[in-house]
Design a binder for this molecule. Structure first.
Ligand SMILES: Cc1ncc(COP(=O)(O)O)c(C=O)c1O
Length: 426
């Protein structure tokens, strides 16, 4: 790719990679020169079935020919079947599906639902969150993109992210997340104007640096939501559809949210998302004149893709596969940690893992420069392993397709190992 070709596209988030990608298949992408690169970010953390999955290809071919896009006032069988299949995967109560296109949209929809339902407007979000770049979602996003474009929506209050590796409540090796949690809520209650509407969180913060919520945290959040008349919204853009070793990350603790948002992984790389809630919430919103009318709401083509993704995830037990392969991948990463002092922490679950690089394990100073060099070297050696650059500076997010194999994991680990050996002292 020459400079002119590169400069044609507006840089929507930093610089583009040097490679121009010509083809994608399974766990690999290929550049114009035909060089293969292991895609261990599943595209943009979405392609859980790998690229060009034959069953998805067949659905897209059929749908684009027979039933692609409709006036948003129409329903169609693929949409009804998609909604049915999704509800069947979820706990009782989550039975109303709003089919949309992107993750940002689901958060806009969920916040609008919560505000309409409760009559409040204040939203609690983590201080390392990522919920999208559209107005409401961006206002609740703290891991990047906040500066330089004026005020965000009023009423968003932050809760400290329970980050065991870096929290100031982590003293002498013990992390008192409950003390941090109560401190956070004390601050929220002081700042609130008394019109709290929603808590919006990811069950594992991904862009924030692969930060798992401690066990018990989601239950504690649900209790705070109940006490204050708020709705609990879980944004499972990256964690849904088997990625973390359960179909949905909330299952680990059995805390059912009032609103569940799915995107990225739901379409396995194609633009499909959904906001799911209860009949009671849907009916109250409808009675109050709720409107969230988008061009691609309830489009049959992406819905048919979603229906097929659900079928494959359930049929092929991909959550179980993610758990097994994730345990293997994590053990390999822990092996690298023993040999490379630059690796300060390995965390996450299933096939959503984080590797944090530090210049010194005592000070935990982020090793951003070396991290960028390692990430670039991995790409040159044939593996796309991406490193965070903002609040998640120096954390690799490793998320291969759930269809990956041990051989591919071994190959990625060997490349990562070589890059760490060559670039850790930069
Ligand atoms: C947890 C989470 N929510 C929402 C979004 C936004 O999704 P989209 O970019 O599809 O609008 C992202 C994107 O990275 C995300 O990670």
């Amino acid at each position: 790719m020459n400079e002119l070709q590169r400069s044609r596209v507006f840089r929507y988030g930093g610089d583009f990679a040097d490679q121009c990608i010509a083809r994608a298949q399974g766990s690999y992408i290929y550049d114009r020169e035909g060089r293969e690169i292991l895609d261990f970010t599943s595209g943009q953390m979405s392609g859980i079935l790998g690229h060009g999955h034959p069953e998805i290809v067949a659905v897209v071919r059929e749908m684009v020919a027979d039933l692609d896009h409709l006036h948003s006032g129409f329903l169609s069988d693929p949409v009804i079947e998609f909604a049915d299949a999704l509800v069947a995967m979820l706990p009782d109560g989550l039975d109303r599906v709003l089919p949309l296109s992107t993750g940002g949209e689901t958060n806009e929809a969920a916040l609008r639902i919560a505000k309409t339902y409760t009559g409040g407007f204040e939203v609690v979000a983590f201080d390392r969150s990522w919920h999208g770049v559209t107005g409401g979602a961006a206002a609740a996003t703290y891991s990047g993109g906040r500066r330089g474009h004026g005020p965000t929506l009023p009423g968003v209050l932050t809760l400290p992210t329970p980050h065991a590796y870096r929290s100031p409540f982590n003293r002498n090796g013990g992390y008192d997340w409950r003390a941090e949690f109560e401190f956070g809520w004390e601050m929220i209650d002081r700042q609130s104007t008394g019109q709290l509407a929603a808590i919006l969180v990811e069950p594992i913060l991904s862009s924030g640096g692969i930060i798992e919520l401690p066990e018990g945290y989601l239950s504690a959040l649900r209790d705070k939501a109940r006490e204050r008349g708020m709705l609990l919204i879980l944004d499972e853009a990256q964690t849904g559809m088997g990625r973390t070793g359960d179909n949905f990350a909330f299952e680990r603790e059995g805390v059912v949210p009032d609103i569940l948002n799915l995107s990225k992984t739901l379409g396995a790389g194609l633009p499909l998302s959904a906001t799911v809630t209860t009949t009671e919430i849907e009916e109250r919103c409808h009675d109050k004149g709720f409107l969230f009318y988008t061009t691609h709401a309830a489009d049959p083509l992406p819905a048919a893709v979603g229906r097929k993704v659900i079928e494959i995830v359930v049929r092929d037990r991909l959550a179980e596969r993610a758990r097994d392969l994730g345990d293997y991948l994590k053990s390999q990463l822990r092996g690298l940690q023993q040999r490379h002092p630059i690796i300060g922490d390995v965390r996450g679950r299933g096939l959503l893992l984080g590797v944090e690089l530090v210049t010194d394990r005592q000070t935990k100073t982020p090793a951003l420069e070396a991290g960028m060099a390692i990430s670039q070297r991995c790409l040159d050696l044939g593996a796309c392993l991406n490193i965070g650059r903002r609040s998640a500076a120096s954390v690799f997010r490793i998320a291969p397709p759930l269809t990956t194999t041990r051989d591919e994991i071994d190959k990625a680990i060997a490349i990562f190992d070589q890059a760490l050996s060559e670039c850790a002292t930069i």
